[in-house]
Design a protein around this ligand. Structure first.
Ligand code: ADP
Length: 171
């Protein structure tokens, strides 16, 4: 039944870098919304492995097959950003109980800020429940094989970045 409402979701995060866990959530959310904005938070307080522009570019490459997914960056509050895009919902991924507390607080705060915007939690396929960007960076830095957990081009860039960082550090 056509309702005439354009359903818009925003999926905010750090995506430093994008993993198959993130992409699992993108795939599910892209089916639920007419438009899905996947958005990298510019966070001046964090020192990321990849710049905001690099993270957006990798997201664009990784989501190129989804015609209704738009990748970009945003500053400030996710709730305000969601409103600026006309979104009905903020999408977040829930991997485990350990994600729950922080996500629950964030969802409550976002509802306080924007009462009309819902938070929708999606659960990834079982094999991605242990995947996070930080674990991927850490395991890769110690020479662990993370090729099954990120797209090939992300893996290449991660290897390049880690070897650059090694070169910078005095032993
Ligand atoms: P992280 O550094 O933990 O990957 P992000 O800020 O990039 O965190 O995550 C953005 C959103 O994606 C969060 O809602 C996070 O819970 C979710 N997410 C991250 N990795 C996964 C995964 N493997 N499966 C499901 N959701 C995930």
């Amino acid at each position: 039944m056509a309702t005439g409402i354009t359903r818009v979701g925003v999926y905010p995060g750090s995506f430093d870098p994008v993993t198959y866990g993130h992409l699992d959530i993108v795939e599910r959310a892209a089916k639920l919304f007419d438009w899905l904005y996947v958005a990298v938070l510019r966070n001046p307080r964090k020192k990321p492995c990849f710049s905001t522009e690099e993270r957006v570019e990798m997201l664009r490459m990784a989501t190129a097959d989804y015609p209704n997914v738009v990748c970009e960056s945003f500053d400030g509050l996710a709730a305000e950003y969601a409103r600026s895009r006309g979104a009905q919902a903020i999408v977040r991924g829930l991997r485990a109980v350990s994600d729950f507390e922080a996500e629950f607080k964030m969802a409550a705060m976002n509802r306080h800020l924007e009462p009309d915007i819902e938070t929708v939690f999606l659960v990834p396929a079982g094999q991605y429940t242990f995947v996070s960007s930080s674990v991927i960076r850490e395991v890769a830095a110690f020479g662990g094989d993370v090729r099954a957990l990120v797209p090939d081009f992300v893996h290449e860039r991660l290897m390049e970045r880690l070897s650059m960082q090694k070169g910078e550090r005095p032993e």
